[in-house]
Design a binder for this molecule. Sequence first.
Ligand code: ADP
Ligand code: MG
Length: 344
Amino acid sequence: MNTAALLRPLAPLYLLLSLYAPSAAATWLHEEADIMGTRISVELFHEDAAVARRGVDGVLAEMRRIDRTMSPWIESSELARLNREAAAHPVTVSRELFDLIATSLHYSRLTQGAFDITFASVGFLYDYRKGVHPDEAQRRAATDLVNYHNLILDPRAPSVAYGKPGVRIDLGGIAKGHAVDRCIRLLQALGIGQALVTAGGDSRMIGERWQGRPWNIGVQDPRDASKLVAIIPLENVAVSTSGDYQRYFEENGVRYHHIINPASGDSARGMRSATLIGPDATTTDALSTSVFVLGVEAGLALVNRLPDIDAILVDAHGQLHYSDGLLPAQTQQDVKTPTSAPAP
Ligand code: ADP
Ligand code: MG
């Protein structure tokens, strides 16, 4: 992907957006709702207002359906049932949930365990709203259960079983990306050619925004919500950001946040944010969480060997790092790890 020439670090997003504002006559719809514990946004265009309406309603209904299936907090969800019963016996699940768990295991293998949905075996001991974390003994004992090999999948049933009591899973690192992809497919089936669907830090777009202009996605400054560190003009791709600033609390100068290093059971502290660009949101969602856990060096090494994937990382000191695909071609041989943004 060659978006390098278009990178505009530090440019204000609203300026670019207002330049590209479409004419008032067009049927643009933009709606937001709070679903899946996060902010959902859908923005789309269709010449037929009824089709545009069906698109927006379809997206919100699909987000609610996936929340009901995959939320660990909704007792009647398939996922909550797994966490209650799968250590005792294999539990039959929908093909959709089975496939997303299988996809999660693919990312566990790809990242040598940095991405691991069994992180929840220790993750449930944290409450970021109440400022609660496990003590060291609790953390060590629970981290012993964090291992994706503890999940036993039978594709025929399809069913899932847990190898040990105490194992739990949580799809928070991949379900929003999956939901965004499902919504994009739904909009494509309606014949909608211009749309942006966002669930928290995960977005995917169809087509360009307006008359040859791209969508502009801002990368937030992890320490100042009013600032952007980069603007990325994009079309027809997905973007996900994982950061240490969405859900966190601090205690004695230590930041506890919602991305857990499966090796330690503690928050991953190698960077402040990881923004991933790729062909679909399931991929970018899983990889943004993964790269955040892996840290700058191992994270960029992974991204640079994956085709069609790029990354913008903000390290623990606030410095920006770009994957090779985002660097201007002439500097790729000279600059391996840039510590500042490339010139526009
Ligand atoms: P968000 O958009 O919710 O900030 P991220 O994509 O950054 O999501 O993922 C964070 C979520 O991923 C956490 O809230 C948790 O549910 C889940 N998670 C945390 N650590 C891991 C991990 N090591 N592997 C897989 N999922 C994780
Ligand atoms: Mg993610």
